[in-house]
Design a protein around this ligand. Structure first.
Ligand SMILES: Nc1ncnc2c1ncn2[C@@H]1O[C@H](COP(=O)(O)OP(=O)(O)OP(=O)(O)O)[C@@H](O)[C@H]1O
Ligand SMILES: [Mg+2]
Length: 299
């Protein structure tokens, strides 16, 4: 039996592994300005996977998760076919066997700082996802409290920011409250750990789903792709701090004169290498673990 492809996103492929299981393979693809670059970023898939597993372990007392195993030896036999010529080694460290969840139709965003679309909304209406905020806040300013600011999960196009009441309309009051409490606490823990290591987690997005009647953490957790990481020493209210992971890439793309529509320009090796290094650093700093100790090292 070969694994059938369930979905292919900008970053991950999902395969049906039977028995209510999914094989989630995270690629090394990177997108900037919503365009996927042609060049893979070495180790990016392993970093996102290792980081997610780290956080699912750290947060295990808070909520169950979809994780079954990251150990290549525990993957279905057919998984080796997905690793190309390298076989199982080709996906080791970036493949997770997970339980299929009934996903909530929400992106469970938590914001600790005022950035991105949140900053835009605040400037226009002094609110954040409809909730009034104190006057006079600056871009990138720390919020008095982390706020649960969900959005819809658009199949196509951009997700739409919604209020807590809108989330209640979508999933019911009880589930919306549980999702909020779980995600705010997970953000608090992640942000505190990252802060100790010189990284600000400005905001992050969780995806929750029901597995056997329980609300579980799914998808990826507190990674540079699902979060806005800033170098703490470059964070200053009133400015737009650089993204910890993609800054070299975005700076280079901006300077290249590229029009931000496909096809993307060919990336210089140095930019690819620097970006890869950023991802590895983010993982190692936040988790205190070494990527060399994670599955799939040394390929
Ligand atoms: N345990 C799970 N059961 C079912 N679906 C899941 C589970 N965990 C994650 N998913 C879904 O798998 C997909 C992950 O793929 P990926 O991150 O590449 O795509 P995306 O985030 O939907 O889209 P894109 O990244 O292209 O904007 C998401 O749609 C996510 O909701
Ligand atoms: Mg995703």
């Amino acid at each position: 039996m070969s694994l059938s492809l369930v979905s292919s996103g900008k970053v991950r492929e999902l395969y049906d592994a039977g028995d209510g299981l999914i094989l989630m393979v995270t690629s090394d693809r990177i997108s900037a300005f919503d365009v996927v670059m042609a060049e893979p970023i070495p180790d990016k898939g392993r970093v996102l996977t290792a980081m997610t597993v780290y956080w699912l372990e750290e947060l295990a007392d808070l909520a169950p998760s979809h994780l079954v195993t990251a150990d290549p030896a525990g993957l279905p036999p057919d998984a080796a076919a997905l690793g190309g010529d390298a076989g199982l080694a080709g996906i080791a460290g970036r493949a997770l066997l997970v339980r299929r969840a009934e996903m909530l139709p929400l992106e469970c965003i938590v914001r600790g700082y005022l950035a991105g679309s949140g900053w835009k909304e605040y400037q226009a209406t002094q609110t954040l996802h409809g909730t009034p905020l104190p006057p006079g806040l600056q871009q990138a300013e720390r919020l008095p409290e982390p706020l649960f600011t969900p959005s819809t999960k658009a199949a196509e196009g951009h997700d739409v920011n919604i209020s807590f009441d809108d989330a209640v309309d979508l999933v019911g009051k009880e589930i919306a409250q549980r999702a909020r409490d779980l995600c705010v606490e997970a953000y608090r823990r992640g942000a505190a750990a990252a802060e100790r290591h010189g990284i600000v987690v400005a905001d992050t997005k969780f995806e929750l789903g029901f597995i056997d009647g329980e609300l579980a953490l799914c998808d990826e957790v507190l990674t540079p792709d699902s979060s806005r990481f800033w170098p703490a020493d470059e964070w200053k209210p009133g400015t737009n701090p650089p993204a910890f992971d993609k800054q070299p890439l975005r700076d280079w793309l901006e300077a290249s004169g590229w029009g931000k529509t496909p096809p993307p320009p060919v990336l210089p090796d140095a930019i690819v290498a620097e970006t890869s290094e950023r991802y590895v650093t983010a993982y190692e700093r936040v988790s205190g673990r070494r990527l060399a100790d994670w599955y799939g090292a040394g390929r």
